[in-house]
Every structure is written in C-alpha cells, then in structure tokens.
Design a protein around this ligand. Structure first.
Ligand code: SAH
Length: 430
C-alpha cells in the first residue's frame, strides 16, 4: 500500500504548465492550473527526490529529516514560544551537536513478501503494511546491523514470520536497546508463541555475529495488539537487562521499562531540570512518573528525601535496584498511579517542597494537578515531551497559585517534530 501511494508514478517530474508547487517539510501540495482553468486540487505525498533517507515519507518517522538542523531547532523554538507565551518566557532551545543515530532503542517489525523474502522495518502509519528499513539515520547503527542479521538468520533457520492479519506464523518483532555509555546491548525477540526452533543454535549464531550483545530475551506476544511486547519473558542469554550511565549514576534498564531514547540530550535535560529545582539539601522532593528512578536518584544528593512514584511495576523494580546499585538511601519508591498516589498524600496531610513531574505525552490529569496544589510545594519542575499538553497543564497550575518562571526546550528527537521542554513553576505566595 505504501509503495502504491508513494510509488514511481508520483515521483515523476510535473508535466503541466503553470503548475504551482507549495513545498512543505516532507510533502508537496500541487495545484494544477492548466490553461487558466483551475482543476481539482490534488494533494500528493511524494518522496523528496533529495531526501537523506530512501524511505522518507513512507515510514512516517522523521518529518523534519531533510530540513537543515538549525532550521529544525528554530521551528521547535517557535512552536514552544508560541504555546507557552501566555505563561512564561522560553529560553533558547538546547540542540544536539551530532543530531544523527541518537536512538538507543530500536524496534523492527518482521514480515515477508509474497515470494517469502523476510523483511523488517516499520509499519506504515495506521496500517499493517511493513515499510522495509535497512538502516535509519536516527537509530543506533549497532542496533540496525543486528536487526539486518536477524533477518538473514530467520532465512537460514527457516523461521516463519508472523502475519498480523491472519495471526499465523511465529516471529513478530525485534527490540534492541543499547547503553550509550556502557556499550551493553539487549536484544528482545518477540514471538507469537513460546517455542523458538533451534533456540540455542539461533542464540549462538547471533552472538557469533554480534559479540557486543550482552543479553538476549525471548518475549511472547500472542495477542492481536499494537503493543510490541507481551507479558511473558524468558532470558536466553545474559542478565536479562542492560545497564547504562546517566549523569554519573548507573541505571539498570529492563525490556519493558521506560528509558529516554536520546542519552546525550537526556543528560542535558536532567541537569537543567535539577538546576531549576534549586535544591539545597533540605527539601522533601516528589519524583512523579519516575520510570526507573532517574531524576529522583540523580537529584537525591541535593535533597533531604525523595518520594518517587511510577505505574509500571517493572520500572519500579529497576528503580529499587538502581537506588541500591548507587548506594542511595534517601529515596523511596511507590508503584501506583501518580494521580491516585498524590491524592492520597494530599488527603493524609503530607507536604512536599519540590515536585518533579515527567508524565507521558498525554500530560498529567486533574487528579494529579489538584493534588499538587494541595501538597503546596514551593517549586514544580515539569518535564514534558509534548508542549501542547504542557501548555494545557500550565493553564491549570497558573490558575491555582503557581506561576511559570521559565521554560527550556531540549531537542531530544532531532529529525522529528517532537520536542521536550522543562518548565519551572513557583508557588506565588512564597
Ligand atoms: N522520569 C522518567 C520516566 C518518564 S516517562 C524518565 O525520565 O526516565 C513517563 C513515565 O510515566 C513512564 O515510566 C510511564 O510508565 C509512567 N506512567 C504513565 N502513566 C502513569 C500514571 N498514571 N502514573 C504513574 N506513572 C505513569
């Protein structure tokens, strides 16, 4: 389907006179105006002929890939400025020195063509059509090489790929996580059923090709779902997790835990977030939506105590180990919905001096935000991966006793439209 939409017939040179071209980031909207008569408008998505990537416009991933990096940064800056203008000034965006191959987590879906050739790549948005990807300009190169070699191994081991529509077949996805500083590599093989034929030889062959792999996990996902990973996992090789370093701390990351995909920028983001919290060593800090404990653990030596909350049980397990691993004793972890947990704290008359909050793209909810207001911290440091939901949540907080002091966008996702922002709020009457 994707090939049809973006295939050759749309890449050809324009034939009409008086053709107007309106170039956007990745698409061209053409109006054909022949002989002075306006014809029906055609909106055509074309693969940019000069794109840096052969599947640009097909995979739907890097909307800004062909835009010069400085211009990408300007566009993101403008977007954040505009959305946050009613609340605070936005500082200069923190860009990346080398904005390529930054993704430490790489996912590939597996399938086959009609002739049986195994392919791997990414689903075209909203479909089960696989856009084949050999290498990607934003993904870790080692991960891409591993995925290409797994594709060849499937052929030699005669392992069938899974068909998303019929539910037949075995091999569904590969997820590779790499430790930017540690160099450790995790490979998760996701199957539709638990038995991988010639399992030991497969693992041996993969490790021979890629001795840099430190752990291999077999994950079973037998559901018809858009989720990549299923519940059940067995470790085929290594420890079942990787470790990486972030702001001088070691973190264990398991397959289902959240970990920021751009390590270089994450260090800048967390450093900025902790700086904005102006900790003195006396504060009671809450780290909400804490994942594997990163922000709270890194901030812990500047605070009296840290209370961290996270919904994902696997991430909480990692977080508890991470505290021990780094010899940190003043952080406690709770596995709960952040809103429910904060409401409980507020109802029990607890208080906090600083709240870090780092919710998913959908932002926070009123239960959480109203509890923040009840807990009455002096400062709130909001780390957001979507400035639209950040602006929405700022609207609530600024109506309820807080004022936004500053916001700093951080480009965590070069070549894409996404932008991270850290925003600091102060209690008005403090
Ligand atoms: N602060 C961490 C994680 C941020 S991502 C880091 O920087 O690595 C957002 C996290 O919120 C994820 O770990 C996700 O599992 C968690 N999450 C999502 N919904 C939640 C909820 N309702 N309550 C608590 N945590 C939630």
């Amino acid at each position: 389907m994707a090939e049809k939409k973006t295939g050759k017939k749309f890449v050809q040179k324009p034939k009409f006179r008086n053709e107007k071209k309106y170039k956007t980031d990745k698409t061209e909207v053409k109006k054909y105006n022949t002989f002075g008569k306006k014809k029906a408008e055609k909106k055509i998505v074309v693969k940019s002929e000069k794109s840096l990537c052969p599947v640009h416009g097909k995979c739907g991933g890097c909307q800004l890939l062909d835009m010069p990096y400085e211009k990408q940064l300007k566009q993101k800056q403008k977007q954040v400025n505009k959305l946050l203008k009613p609340y605070c000034n936005t500082e200069k965006i923190i860009g990346m020195e080398n904005p390529f191959h930054y993704r430490n987590k790489v996912h590939a879906v597996f399938g086959h063509r009609k002739d049986g050739t195994v392919i791997s790549g990414i689903y075209q948005q909203g479909t089960h059509f696989i856009v084949p990807v050999d290498e990607c300009l934003i993904e870790d190169k080692r991960a891409d090489a591993i995925i290409r070699d797994i594709r060849d191994l499937l052929k030699s081991f005669k392992i069938k790929t899974y068909n998303e529509d019929t539910g037949y077949g075995l091999f569904r996805h590969v997820l590779v996580r790499t430790g930017h500083h540690s160099g450790q590599v995790m490979v998760v093989l996701v199957l539709g059923s638990p038995i991988l034929p010639s399992k030991n030889n497969f693992v041996k062959a993969l490790r021979k090709l890629h001795p840099e792999i430190t752990t291999i996990i077999l994950n079973v996902n037998n559901q018809k779902t858009s989720m990549i990973l299923g519940e059940k996992e067995t470790v085929l090789y290594g420890k079942g997790y990787i470790e990486d370093e972030l702001c001088g701390h070691i973190f264990r990351i398991s397959s289902k835990s959240f970990y920021q995909v751009n390590t270089v920028q994450t260090e800048k983001l967390y450093t900025k977030a902790i700086e904005l919290a102006s900790l003195t060593g006396k504060e009671r800090v809450i780290d909400a939506y804490c994942g594997i404990g990163t922000i709270g653990l890194i901030a812990s030596d500047k605070a009296k105590e840290v209370i961290s909350v996270e919904l994902n049980p696997d991430a909480v397990k990692d977080a508890i180990v991470n505290a021990k691993r780094n010899g940190i004793k003043n952080v406690r972890f709770y596995q709960n919905d952040a809103g429910v947990f904060m409401r409980q704290m507020a109802d029990e008359g607890e208080s906090a001096d600083v709240v870090f909050m780092d919710p998913p793209r959908s932002g926070s909810d009123e239960k959480f935000l109203s509890s923040v207001v009840t807990l009455n911290p002096k400062r709130v440091v909001y780390v957001s991966c979507d400035p639209t939901t950040l602006a929405r949540d700022l609207k609530y907080l600024t109506k309820h006793g807080y004022s936004a002091v500053t916001a700093v966008p951080v480009d965590m996702f070069p070549a894409t439209e996404h932008v991270e922002t850290v925003c600091c709020l102060h209690r008005v009457n403090s």
